[in-house]
Design a protein around this ligand. Structure first.
Ligand SMILES: [Zn+2]
Length: 447
């Protein structure tokens, strides 16, 4: 039996912080004690965690691991290794792979890929197309996290903006529907205007003007209207503007909400000013908006209009990203850095550590109905992270684990460092060492 005692950690869970100890037996949390340590029996490995924070493992509901189809960008092995180094223990992977995840057979192929390569637990989004609604209805709701609808075109060209088809998907979807909401018509017009002026070399700081707040608001409002009319369980991905937040409400408990929304790290960390410095590295869709938008997003997490924090981890090979604006794909890798970045916000007083844990660990588990994960509770799966909150480090090429080997955060100093990550009770990551032989499990959902 695998028995492990984590002693004298600061346990941060369900809105509280306390000094305590936690016992892992096999893949589960077998005991939690506050104050006095649990007794260490024979053959129990002990981790002295004084000064460290113990959190539930991060659940990242929005990643693009690019597998199958884009080995030059990423694959499940490389990106799940980066995930455990960042304290992430479960991921939900998006359908814009090659082939796109739009049939149940292709979905099963992704489960096989993850089972053979992933160091974290996993589930997959099914993509909605103009013609696959009947297929979507056959999805196993205990294994599939949800249905992704690209109401704005982005990497992988899965745009679905035919009003009639959207009505049907919202009316008949058997699962939660997640949307990328950006109005493609507004974007195309802007793009045309700037292309006439600059050709392919549009300056990157114009990205938020090509993909403006207006495009987000318009599409988000459309999605909410559709969901209200059809009673759809809607989840709006990567909110990026203050205006859209006015369409959301924070007073309903998460369990009762029919419409929920996600914030992503690029919009919570960068601002439009950063396009002058970082250019293509933060060419993401939706675009990063102003510092005022960023402050509004943080406030909306605090007052619960926004429900979850994810990464939209979207790696590209540097040769692709280094191209001129019009040819450079959108997306930036983030999964190794999301927790340290949010703990940096907490250190600066922008949000509490307890709220970060709620939005990155608890809320995704609750929102999707993930079975036995996302909380530090006796009997739950032992997906856990130890963090040293006072171990400053700088993001640099030599400590980046993404297959693409770059990050928009290079040169950024962060104070919190992940020291240990446990997936299903197994110590997968420890101070830079990764057990690459370990494999995670498929997530299961109670709905
Ligand atoms: Zn995405």
């Amino acid at each position: 039996m695998n028995t492990l005692l984590i002693r004298n950690a600061t346990i941060i869970n369900e809105g509280r912080s306390f000094t305590g100890s936690l016992l892992i037996e096999n893949d589960r949390i077998a005991g939690i004690s506050e104050g006095q340590s649990l007794p260490a029996g024979k053959n129990v490995r002990i981790i002295e965690a004084e000064g460290l924070w113990l959190l539930p493992g991060v659940i990242d509901e929005h990643v693009h691991f690019r597998d199958p189809g884009f080995p030059q960008k990423a694959d499940f092995a490389s990106e799940s290794a980066a995930a455990v180094a960042g304290g992430v223990t479960s991921v939900m992977d998006m359908p814009n792979t090659k082939p796109q995840t739009v049939t149940l057979d292709l979905l099963e192929e992704k489960f096989r890929i993850a089972a053979s390569k992933s160091m974290v637990n996993y589930s997959f989004w099914l993509g909605a197309t103009a013609g696959n609604l009947e297929e979507l209805k056959k999805a196993d709701t205990a294994r599939v996290c949800g249905i992704k609808v690209f109401m704005g075109s982005s990497t992988g060209n899965m745009l679905l903006d035919d009003p009639e088809i959207l009505e049907r998907v919202f009316a008949e979807a058997p699962l939660l529907v997640a949307v990328h909401a950006e109005d493609d018509r507004i974007i195309r017009e802007n793009l045309k205007k700037y292309e006439e002026e600059f050709g392919i070399n549009i300056p990157f700081p114009l990205h938020p003007e090509i993909r403006p707040a207006e495009a987000c608001y318009h599409s988000t409002a459309t999605a909410i209207d559709l969901a209200r009319r059809h009673g759809t369980r809607l989840h709006i991905l990567h909110l990026s503007t203050a205006e859209e937040l006015e369409l959301l409400e924070g007073n309903t408990p998460l369990q009762k909400k029919k419409i929920t929304a996600e914030a992503c790290i690029p919009h919570l960390w960068f601002s439009d000013e950063d396009y002058y410095r970082l250019g293509s590295r933060i060419k993401v869709n939706p675009a990063v908006k102003t510092a005022a938008d960023r402050a509004a997003l943080l406030q909306a997490l605090i007052d619960d209009r926004l429900d979850t924090i994810a990464t939209d981890h979207a790696p590209h090979a540097w040769q692709e990203k280094a191209k001129p604006y019009l040819l450079a794909p959108s997306g930036t890798p983030m999964i190794q850095h999301s927790l340290p970045v949010m703990l940096e916000h907490a250190r600066e007083g922008d949000i509490s550590v307890e709220k970060v844990v709620e939005k990155m660990c608890h809320a995704p588990a609750e929102l999707f109905g993930i079975r036995e994960r996302g909380f530090i509770r006796e009997g739950y799966k032992a997906d856990l992270v130890l963090v040293d909150p006072a171990a400053p480090w700088t993001v640099a090429k030599e400590n980046i684990l993404y297959k693409c080997s770059w990050s928009a955060l290079e040169g950024t100093r962060l104070h919190a460092r992940v020291t240990h990550t446990f997936v299903n009770g197994h110590l997968v990551y420890r101070n830079g060492q990764i057990d690459r032989s370990f494999r995670g499990e498929a997530l299961t959902f109670d709905r």
